[in-house]
Design a protein around this ligand. Structure first.
Ligand code: DGL
Length: 283
């Protein structure tokens, strides 16, 4: 079987890149829904429908497992799709297909705890508060998933999500370095103002932002740890495959890159990140 990787656009390539390194012989199909990107400002129902269509497309081309390498799709749509669509769709296909998200692995990495762990709330005094900033799309921020799920697990971590409304669109369009760096500085300073100081750690909670992670590093105080979503997701996938030895993710290392938008070569920001030109086929 092949593993599908889905994002609204090029952001999920940051996760895909890590999966290629971790699973060199796996057959991987990347799907960018660039026709509809960005997702971050869309209503929830639309995000659910687009995410379902993306998963269906990846199952159609032979994937049995889809990784949603998109915080917006995972935070808004994943639970809905797992509860209301996947069980029936599996029966229809006659295959045990599944969808994994990016939020659970990120929260595990941020809390240092397995997902199953939920803190017993004993009202213990918290000696030192760890302030975690999450830079994300407006839809992910509105879901409050990071605040809610981290708060259930760690009382000593305070989460502040900062919506960055235009950033994914700018990255998708291949905006210039100066323009992007100014936007990132603006978001980092807005968050720091809201907290009253800079965060102790940060999550780049939109996969597009990992492409410009250096700009976030430059805007945050030197040495601020960034929780790395691509690593966390690759680790979670490795554990999932260990628990499901019947799922063999291919052996030929075949890679396909599909887009619902314009096929062809992606812009130079993506090329610089990927380290080579990437040509997309029409989905
Ligand atoms: N890369 C996506 C995410 O992780 C989506 C960005 C967008 O389409 O707005 O949230």
């Amino acid at each position: 079987m092949a593993i599908g990787v889905f994002d609204s656009g090029v952001g999920g390539l940051t996760v895909h890149h890590r999966l290629v390194e971790r699973f060199p012989t796996a057959d991987l199909v990347y799907l960018a829904d660039q026709e509809n990107a960005p997702y971050g400002g869309k209503p929830g129902e639309e995000i659910v429908n687009l995410t379902r269509a993306g998963c269906e497309r990846l199952f159609d081309v032979g994937c049995d497992l889809v990784v949603l390498a998109c915080n917006t799709a995972a935070s808004v749509a994943l639970r809905r799709l797992q509860q209301t669509w996947l069980p029936g769709y599996r029966r229809e296909l006659g295959r045990p297909v599944n969808v994994l998200g990016i939020i659970v692995p990120t929260i595990e990495a941020a809390t240092g705890l397995p997902w199953e762990h939920e803190a017993e709330r004993r009202g213990d005094k918290v000696e030192k508060l760890d302030v975690l900033g999450v830079f994300c799309t407006p839809a992910t921020a509105a879901s409050r998933v990071y605040e809610i799920e981290i708060d259930k697990r760690r009382q000593d971590v305070a989460v502040f999500a900062e919506p960055c409304p235009d950033l994914a669109r700018m990255i998708e369009a291949g905006a210039g370095v100066v323009e992007l760096a100014a936007a990132v500085e603006g978001h980092v300073s807005a968050l720091s103002k809201r907290i009253g100081r800079a965060p102790d750690r940060a999550i780049l909670g939109c996969t597009h932002y990992e492409i410009i992670a250096d700009m976030f590093r430059a805007a945050l105080p030197p040495g601020t740890p960034l929780i790395h979503q691509p690593d966390a997701t690759a680790d979670a996938l490795a554990r999932y495959l260990e628990r499901h030895p019947d799922l063999r993710p291919g052996t030929s290392g075949e890679r396909r890159f599909l887009t619902t938008g314009n096929p062809g070569v992606q812009h130079s920001l993506v090329e610089t990140f990927w380290g080579a030109a990437l040509t997309f086929e029409a989905a």
